[in-house]
Ligand binder design. Structure first.
Ligand SMILES: Nc1ncnc2c1ncn2[C@@H]1O[C@H](COP(=O)(O)OP(=O)(O)O)[C@@H](O)[C@H]1O
Ligand SMILES: CC(C)(COP(=O)(O)O)[C@@H](O)C(=O)NCCC(=O)O
Ligand SMILES: [K+]
Length: 240
């Protein structure tokens, strides 16, 4: 069983003989999502976790899983080097492990230079050379965080009507905010690709990955399970 615990929610999937047989989304405060997770059958052989949540939530999750199945979960940590992927951070463990695993996952399916985008609570963009060296990356507030920042520190950006995330200029406060956010998210990826230059293959993942893929005109490869795919790879080398 594998978990991708982000700042919005925890995604999980259960594999049997390499095939995904069940998957779900778990939120600690949602009883139905807890039952769905804990009632999923059959019992897992091992539990692997990618988490960017705080230590307290990680411990609570581990305790719940331990109690249910008697298995001690393994938490992946970003490393200086994994499977030829080289971290650019002086303190590798400080890089969000979801970023590290998404890069690992992408590298497994493409040998060349990569741009790996994870559209979650935050939008992360990471560049990896064909030689496996992490060239660097970007951490940008995601749509929800951008909207909250505007509401928090302005007096008149207020709205109650619904508005979609579109690239056209907005004609109300609601639209101007939502369309502005859409523009910022899509433009960030485009600009990162421009800064990176030629010969970069784009991979997209995360809850907003499909939306972003659409905004980019279908450019790049959408891989919803990129973090979990990377987790699988990292866990395999650890198990062998
Ligand atoms: N239907 C959707 N359309 C566009 N974006 C979405 C949709 N559902 C979720 N999102 C985006 O996905 C984000 C959550 O993605 P997720 O990968 O679960 O985040 P995290 O890894 O932080 O838990 C939300 O902040 C939102 O921006
Ligand atoms: C940037 C992130 C918040 C993204 O998290 P997510 O959007 O998936 O919830 C996460 O990767 C993180 O907490 N990173 C630690 C800082 C760093 O990567 O340098
Ligand atoms: K992210």
């Amino acid at each position: 069983m594998q978990f991708d615990v982000g700042n919005s929610s925890a995604k999980w999937r259960l594999l049997v003989a390499g095939e995904v047989v069940e998957r779900g989304r778990y939120q600690a405060d949602d009883a139905a999502s807890r039952s769905a997770l804990l009632d999923c059958a059959p019992a897992p052989q091992a539990i692997w976790i990618s988490s960017v949540a705080d230590e307290k939530s990680n411990q609570a999750l581990a305790a719940m899983l331990r109690e249910r199945w008697g298995i001690e979960p393994w938490f992946a940590v970003s490393e200086a080097e994994t499977l030829g992927l080289h971290n650019s951070y002086a303190q590798p463990e400080r890089m969000g492990v979801d970023r590290w695993l998404a890069m690992l996952g992408a590298r497994a399916s493409h040998a060349g230079r990569l741009c790996v985008v994870d559209a979650g609570s935050a939008l992360t963009i990471d560049l990896v050379g064909a030689d496996g060296v992490h060239e660097g990356g970007y951490i940008i507030p995601g749509p929800g965080l951008m909207e909250r920042a505007l509401l928090l520190d302005t007096d008149r950006v207020r709205f109650s009507e619904a508005a979609d995330y579109r690239l056209q200029p907005g004609r109300s406060t609601a639209e101007a905010v939502r369309h502005g956010i859409a523009l910022a998210q899509a433009a960030a990826v485009r600009q990162a690709l421009e800064v990176a230059g030629e010969g970069v293959s784009l991979f997209l993942t995360g809850g907003g990955g499909s939306w972003l893929h659409e905004q980019l005109g279908g450019h790049g490869e959408l891989v919803p399970d990129l973090v979990l795919d990377g987790l699988q790879l990292m866990a395999e080398i650890r198990a062998n």
